[in-house]
Design a protein around this ligand. Structure first.
Ligand SMILES: CC(C)(CNC(=O)c1ccc(Oc2ccccc2)cc1)c1ccc2c(N)nc(N)nc2n1
Length: 332
């Protein structure tokens, strides 16, 4: 029944029915990995219990599944400010526009002679904060200046290091994504359970990260590729490519496909290489990011309110889902 016309007693009665159900399903899931219900059904019942307990805090019991360590009762996540904003990227959709961007940049700043080319992974941006080399907070990009706290969830992602190789304070940003295989498997499970499937890997990753229950996130096989440091003052690197190498040495998962380019021809060769290899990659990419390689020059060139002026995203046309013609019913 709709939350608003429930009495406290009715809410308590409904919650008392849902809890043992979730505990039972949780046991099947976490102990012998034999869930009798699909994730989506678990999520649905869990979120109903969260709604009931949020609307009627007096009915919360200490043993409620929502009170598990790391679980959060409030359905909206704690907000996390990004003092150093997580900027967006300007987009271009053709070689001509890309050439224009590079030529104009080199006209304004002739000293720009090196670029770093990186894949643009089809996921969502996250920030990871470490103190003395230990993970203390994970957050989503949100609107670039305010994100959501997803610390408990990022801790379940295998590629997120809990401890770095050096005990430094650092905030690292990158992409959280779901690989193609994990995406297809998840959608097959949801299809079998008659649940709505995710339209693309990005939505699947976002839905999996924004789970109130970290154990559900853990089962979604998320991956990360880190690509930026909020304040790189303590790093040795003086270039974007060097910073990525240093991030890998610190223990982060970094996409190895980055490559330094010295001119438009080398940039275009990189783009052609990955446009051709797109289907073979184990994760989705929606473009290529070209950055001025020198970190000092990045600071000189600067940024607008929303995007850096020393980087551009060259976007690929959206991958079309191939459907065999014989699968389509023709109405004559
Ligand atoms: C370049 C940047 C926008 C990150 N950089 C920033 O967010 C950023 C943030 C503050 C900056 O400068 C400031 C420092 C202090 C205060 C304000 C701004 C500069 C860059 C970006 C965004 C998305 C990317 C993506 N999907 N894939 C790859 N491979 N790279 C990406 N790179």
């Amino acid at each position: 029944a709709d939350l608003h016309n429930l009495t406290v007693q009715e809410a308590a009665a409904e919650a008392d029915k849902l809890r043992p159900q979730l505990v039972q399903w949780g046991k099947e899931y976490y102990e012998n990995d034999q869930p009798t219900v699909p994730d989506a059904e678990y999520d649905q019942v869990y979120n109903r219990l969260v709604q009931l307990e949020t609307a009627f805090p007096s009915i919360v019991t200490p043993d409620s599944p929502t009170q598990r360590v790391g679980g959060q009762v409030d359905s909206d996540f704690t907000k996390v400010p990004h003092p150093i904003p997580m900027l967006s990227l300007g987009d271009v959709f053709s070689a001509a526009e890309l050439n224009q961007f590079v030529e104009r940049l080199q006209q304004d700043y002739p000293e720009v002679q090196e670029f770093n080319c990186e894949l643009k992974i089809d996921g969502l941006s996250i920030a990871l904060r470490y103190e003395q080399g230990r993970l203390v907070q994970g957050s989503t990009r949100g609107n670039g200046t305010i994100g959501e706290d997803i610390t408990a969830n990022v801790k379940t992602i295998a590629s997120v290091p809990q401890t770095l190789s050096r005990p430094i304070d650092i905030e690292v940003r990158g992409e959280c994504y779901m690989g193609k295989e994990a995406f297809l498997a998840l959608n097959q499970r949801r299809e079998l359970a008659g649940q709505a499937i995710f339209a693309n890997p990005r939505n699947a990753a976002a839905g999996s990260l924004r789970q109130l229950d970290p154990q559900v996130t853990a089962a979604r096989h998320l991956s990360t590729f880190m690509y930026n440091v909020a304040d790189y003052a303590d790093l040795e690197a003086t270039t974007q490519s060097g910073m990525l190498t240093e991030l890998r040495e610190l223990g982060f998962s970094v996409d190895p496909d980055y490559q330094v380019a010295h001119n438009l021809d080398e940039i275009n060769a990189y783009i052609e290489k990955y446009q051709a290899a797109r289907d073979q990659l184990s994760y989705g990419i929606d473009g290529i990011v070209i950055k001025t390689n020198s970190l000092a020059l990045q600071q000189t060139i600067g940024h607008t309110v929303k995007v850096p002026k020393w980087a551009i995203a060259y976007k690929f046309p959206p991958e079309v889902a191939r459907v065999q013609i014989e699968d389509i019913e023709w109405t004559i």
